[in-house]
Design a protein around this ligand. Structure first.
Ligand code: SAJ
Length: 453
């Protein structure tokens, strides 16, 4: 199938790079977003998201006349839905399905954006079109949610128009390269749909393009991120065990990973971002009775900020005075707020959660995020320079392994802060001689040095 014109619905982290890449590869692309602010920002040459290289790409796409933006879809050969599927908390999933409530909060996929994007396509859907869903979705969304909406047009999915699920697997920070180079899974509701999807992405994808059915493609995406979540959860449990048994978990993981079939991931303050901390819930929601491992892994990772709080209390507080008192009035410089190293994305960030927990205990926290020096988070004092965060601190807490923070030397640190207590949750300051420079260092997953009184 040949494509001349494409409509991309949703101009976020995935939709905008995808729309721009198709445009710079010769397609006429209409980028659609329901948020008028996004449209006006783009029309005025601005950009509402941060991703390396994206500004240049969008500018090239707009300048060539191949990318235009609009609040409504237009007739086209193909449509790509790349809208968000966030979650909403719900306490009653078991009650809904099994007549009992187990006392836990579940998170359910909020599919409203996918529903309204599908409805927006309805009036302009024509025979022979291809519709692709890229948004991460619970299994069977393409066949059970999107197809019935589009069929309200009177056209039949898989007969009159092609329908495909194709997950996006790009890593934030490397989206533009991975968009082109990653292998892409195309799940068609019929083999002909999958073939049409392949023809579309072959316009720019250089990685392997693999065809399957739509529900398999949905599962593949959820399995990838769930696999990672479960593996991070076990690393976090190993860190807890290492602390208890007087072991350095980072050393132990390094040694275990010399086994040819073992590849343990890294512990840390928790799992954030809009993907891995969300997607496993889509599987738990779809089948709560058979997903105890996935559910537990989510809870293990979500509990990790509390273990960081305990570590800070051990480093700073006086455990004998009981919880809540040890951190009262203590000045803590929290370094890093993003959900992972070297990005500016604060969504679902465990670092932000840690800051909130410290403040609840009475600590006076100054947070510094080098990738977002103007971070504006309700209830958090974010300062715009490392110097300001450090200058009157009692302790320094490393929450994100940003390369710039990891590079801080004991000498530089000693010059910037009166604090002599360092708490490292990401193994960023290992291997440096902090002790020799007069610091006491407390590391997540490492046997704690006894406090001299
Ligand atoms: N993390 C750890 N320990 C590790 C690795 C990561 O604690 O060993 C934490 C990070 O600090 C972060 C979170 O996990 O808080 C997630 O970070 P990540 O780099 O693992 O993944 P994301 O969320 O940035 O991107 C993931 C990717 N999926 C996989 O690697 C399987 C990406 O390819 C997907 O496209 C993306 O989710 C998505 O959009 O679904």
């Amino acid at each position: 199938m040949n494509f001349t014109k494409l409509c991309v619905l949703g101009l976020g982290y995935i939709g905008l790079p995808t729309a721009s890449t198709f445009a710079t590869h010769g397609l006429q692309v209409v980028g659609v977003d329901v948020n008028p602010q996004v449209i006006s920002t783009l029309c005025n040459g601005g950009l509402h998201i941060h991703e390396p290289g994206l500004r240049t790409l969008v500018e090239a796409a707009v300048k060539s006349g191949k990318l235009t933006v609009s609040e409504k879809p237009e007739e086209a050969d193909a449509f790509i839905i790349a809208v968000p599927t966030p979650f909403r908390a719900a306490p009653t999933r078991y009650a809904d399905r099994f007549g009992e409530y187990d006392g836990q909060m579940y998170k359910l996929a909020d599919m409203r954006a996918v529903t309204s994007a599908s409805e927006a396509i309805l009036p302009v859907l024509r025979k022979g079109n291809l519709v692709v869903l890229e948004s991460t979705s619970p299994p069977r969304t393409t066949v059970d949610l999107v197809a019935p909406i589009l069929e309200r047009s009177g056209l039949k999915a898989g007969v009159d128009f092609h329908l495909v699920y194709s997950p996006e697997r790009v890593l934030p920070g490397q989206i533009l390269r991975e968009l082109i180079e990653n292998a892409r899974v195309i799940g068609g509701i019929t083999p002909a749909s999958a073939q049409a999807g392949r023809d579309l992405y072959a316009v720019f994808v250089r990685g392997e393009i693999v065809q399957t059915d739509a529900t398999t493609a949905e599962m593949v995406k959820l399995m990838e991120n769930t696999y990672r979540d479960v593996n991070i959860a076990i690393a976090n449990e190993f860190a807890r065990l290492a602390e208890r048994f007087g072991v350095d978990v980072w050393e132990a993981i390094g040694l275990a990973n010399r086994h040819p079939r073992v590849r343990i991931l890294s512990p840390g303050p928790g799992v954030g971002g809009h993907c891995i901390s969300v997607d496993p819930w889509f599987l738990v929601e779809a089948a709560p009775d058979i997903t105890p491992l996935i559910y537990t892994a989510r809870n293990v990772n979500d509990a990790q900020p509390h273990f960081v709080l305990d570590l800070v209390k051990r480093a700073l507080g006086n455990p004998s005075t009981g919880s809540g008192q040890g951190l009262k009035g203590k000045k803590i410089a929290a370094l890093g707020l993003s959900y992972k190293p070297d990005v500016d994305d604060l969504r679902e960030s465990p670092a932000v959660e840690v800051v909130h927990l410290l403040q609840k205990e009475g600590a006076l926290v100054k947070a510094f995020e080098p990738f977002k020096t103007d971070a504006d988070l309700p209830g958090i004092t974010a300062v715009s320079s490392l110097e300001t965060a450090l200058k009157d601190a009692d302790a320094v807490l490393l929450l994100v392994n940003h390369s710039g923070l990891r590079a801080l030397t004991p000498e530089k640190m000693a010059a910037l802060t009166p604090a002599r207590i360092l708490i490292d949750t990401v193994n960023g300051w290992a291997g440096k001689d902090w002790q020799a420079a007069g610091f006491r260092i407390f590391r997540l997953g490492v046997k704690q040095i006894k406090r001299e009184t």
